[in-house]
Design a protein around this ligand. Sequence first.
Ligand SMILES: Nc1ncnc2c1ncn2[C@@H]1O[C@H](COP(=O)(O)OP(=O)(O)OP(=O)(O)O)[C@@H](O)[C@H]1O
Length: 265
Amino acid sequence: MDAVSLNAAAGTQVPAASLRNAWVKFGQFTAIQDISLEIEAGAFYSILGPSGCGKSTLLRLVSDLIPPAAGEVSVFGKTTEAARLAREFAFVFQDATLLPWRSALKNVELPLEIGRSRGIDIPVSDKSPMELLELVGLKGREHALPHELSGGMRQRVAIARALVCKPKLLLMDEPFGALDEMTRDHLNLQLLKVWEETGVTILFVTHSIPEAVFLGQKVLMLKAHPGRLHEIVDIDLPYPRSIAQRDTPEFTRYSAHLRGLLEAC
Ligand SMILES: Nc1ncnc2c1ncn2[C@@H]1O[C@H](COP(=O)(O)OP(=O)(O)OP(=O)(O)O)[C@@H](O)[C@H]1O
């Protein structure tokens, strides 16, 4: 069975995340209203929606950074707190947030060092930090300091670092939003390779419709005022995906459908 089929087969397992009638409030303000949703283990979800619809809030809810005001959220069948403590998930933000005085390799090793120094028995990837850097295409740059790397390379280090504790769920909040189009295309392909090789579940927030369609097996479209689930769109395009697929009528149809949904939000 190839990696994509393996990822698909993982869909028969416990969901990677499950939200039941989940609400998030900031004081009187409702950021997320009554979302019920199951995230299939091993799948790649893109998350789209207008500014302020709660995309980042949804990731923060799943990752135990904020509690639900009502409803239930679980990650791989555990409470979000238990999943956080078990390193079931990792976050990648728009800013790579690397330590500037540490090399690429040392940044990737950091979560392991922190775990060891605290005496915590943390999961460790089957791949070494060096192999993870190789997986994201940074072989030969392991000793470079962050300021010696491009923005795209820094994001790749951040992805390798996120994978070092073998998360089962990767939460990505506009990780390529600040990059130019060509670099973004390249990193999209690289990320799909990481997904196929590791079997990790991915929740990927983006503002870009083409990026959402290109990456995802499903697109979660959210609505604003208040933030809620609008529609889940299955993207039935074969993997491995290639940039050339973007010129196909199917790709254009998915993009047009999502654009229509966004305009109706
Ligand atoms: N800590 C907070 N306190 C108060 N309001 C907040 C807080 N965090 C988010 N919000 C509000 O919740 C709503 C959802 O924010 P969120 O950042 O999740 O939206 P988003 O869809 O990710 O937006 P964007 O696409 O612009 O990044 C927004 O109206 C935001 O102002």
